[in-house]
Ligand binder design. Structure first.
Ligand code: ATP
Length: 194
């Protein structure tokens, strides 16, 4: 997967719409302390479906919305659009996540409304996602070294692109259990008619 563009509106310190084109090769983000470098990486993880507000340095998910400053009022929504190549079947994919105060998050893939789970699966199948070891935030190296074997296995599975299979297996098991219950009920109904 290659991320080609990131568009932020009202996300954390990026109150005005900001459009970043990411060219092939190495990209560096430089700037003084507190200018928003980490916020950019968090925007990327957030658009990929990050569900933990704490891991985005907030108490609740709405903390990603621009909270206002002495000179600018707070915003009511935040939106991040991510363009990437090499994800799913399309040449280029646009994933948009938007959060509105009091209304929670909504996701779109190429303009179509989808569930958070669909976004997670899309990236998991491309061996990436909000928890990809390729996204190295501050303190992450220490966390990987200190990880328990099960956590390390989850990282390896994510890197191998098979993390999505676990989700699908759980879905399939649920469907199987529901079908078995239906069959049982059918047997009872048939027995009642005899
Ligand atoms: P450092 O080099 O110190 O690690 P950085 O460039 O990575 O800094 P960030 O941590 O990305 O900077 O940005 C921190 C800034 O973002 C702070 O000024 C903080 O006030 C601002 N910020 C975070 N959340 C919000 C929000 N919801 N609304 C407005 N500003 C926010």
């Amino acid at each position: 997967m290659r991320i080609t563009r990131l568009r932020l509106t009202g996300f954390k310190s990026f109150v005005d719409p900001s459009d970043l084109r990411i060219e092939p090769g190495l990209t560096g983000i430089v700037g003084p302390n507190g200018c928003g470098k980490s916020n950019l990486l968090e925007a990327l993880r957030w658009a990929m479906g990050e569900s933990s507000a704490r891991s985005l340095r907030g108490a609740g998910m709405e903390d990603v919305i621009f909270a206002g400053t002495a000179t600018r009022p707070a915003r009511d929504f935040a939106e991040v659009a991510l363009h990437a190549e090499g994800v799913g079947a399309d040449d280029e994919v646009e994933v948009v996540r938007r959060i509105e105060r009091g209304a929670g998050s909504a996701y779109r893939i190429n303009g179509r409304d989808v569930r958070a789970k669909d976004v997670g699966l899309l990236f998991a199948d491309s061996a990436t996602g909000a928890h990809s070891p390729a996204l190295v935030s501050q303190g992450r190296i220490g966390a990987i070294i200190a990880a328990r074997p099960a956590e390390r296995r989850a990282m390896l599975e994510e890197a191998a692109g098979i993390a999505g299979l676990h989700v699908r297996r759980k879905d399939a098991e649920q469907k199987l259990r529901a079908t078995e219950a239906n069959l049982l009920r059918l047997d009872e109904l048939i027995a009642d008619q005899d």
